[in-house]
Ligand binder design. Structure first.
Ligand SMILES: Nc1ncnc2c1ncn2[C@@H]1O[C@H](COP(=O)(O)OP(=O)(O)O)[C@@H](O)[C@H]1O
Ligand SMILES: [Mg+2]
Length: 261
């Protein structure tokens, strides 16, 4: 059996998140987004309503607490984390007084590049493992959506080591150094998959938890929140819920509950 040795990536000295003007600009066809269930940018589409409601609630709560770095997790895979992150990010990015940076930190199962139809040689993983020292060729600015996306391309990697390293700390510091009107949304792995969600969430301001209707159990929710404690939970989102007349798309934001505070 061969054991791959882990080589510590070199540290980066001055690192910052590139602004939208410093990123390659792309324009994406709405139809391409809709093929991946991303509709939150189009207020005329009834399916965007739950995301518009959610963006207002999330922004209100974040502004009150002066939070800007938000993670999104769930108990198990396929609950709709990436679906929620993508739709919430594009819905928020339509507002004139908010800029949004969306980071795919599900390093083993990144999916946002595919949803936003982008390809590239390097993603966040290659920054964290020391292959590249900046994010200028990782990020994309979607000029028609007013959104910056920093994807990762899923691979079999030692994500735990990468997230424990100095480069991840630098990445979070750089997120915090972004201007005050920038909201950072981080798509994360499920809490029970490995340590990744826990490690990342401890460094962010708060997290949102996606509950999959009929799938996530009370015990899973309680256990996940206790694992993530003391990080503040901004709220839970019940996904694939179909009982509300407002809810054309089965995603309903349920707020007013602040766990772990
Ligand atoms: N409420 C929903 N309505 C329509 N499609 C959804 C909904 N929630 C999730 N999906 C789809 O289900 C699949 C799994 O969701 P995804 O967000 O990738 O899960 P996760 O990131 O939690 O693993 C994706 O194809 C996504 O577009
Ligand atoms: Mg995902």
């Amino acid at each position: 059996m061969s054991v791959e040795s882990y080589r510590m990536p070199g540290s980066v000295s001055s690192f910052s998140i590139p602004s939208s003007e410093q990123l390659p600009a792309v324009e994406i066809e709405p139809a391409a987004l809709e093929a991946f269930d991303i509709v939150g940018f189009n207020s005329r589409d009834i399916r965007s309503r739950p995301f518009n409601l959610l963006r207002t609630q999330v922004l209100k709560a974040m502004r009150e607490k002066k939070w800007r770095l938000l993670g999104v997790t769930s108990a198990t895979p396929e609950a709709g984390k990436s679906f929620l992150c993508a739709n919430l990010a594009v819905a928020m990015a339509q507002l004139p007084d908010v800029r949004v940076c969306l980071f795919d930190l599900d390093l083993r199962r990144g999916s946002l590049a595919e949803k936003f139809a982008i390809t590239g040689d390097h993603g966040l993983t290659q920054f964290l493992d020391g292959t590249i020292d900046d994010l200028h060729n990782v990020g994309r600015y979607f000029s028609n959506l007013h959104l910056s996306l920093f994807p990762c391309y899923s691979s079999r990697i030692n994500s735990a080591e990468l997230l424990a390293g100095d480069r991840f700390t630098k990445l979070v510091e750089a997120m915090r150094a972004l201007p005050d009107d920038v909201i950072v949304i981080c798509d994360l792995p499920p809490t029970f998959a490995n340590d990744d969600a826990m490690t990342i969430i401890q460094q962010l301001d708060a997290y949102m938890f996606v509950i999959e209707e009929g799938m996530t159990t009370k015990t899973e929710l309680r256990d996940a929140m206790s694992l993530l404690s003391p990080a503040p939970c901004l709220g839970t989102v019940l996904n694939r819920y179909s009982a509300s007349p407002l809810d054309a798309y089965g995603a309903y934001g349920k707020y007013g509950h602040y766990y772990g505070q």
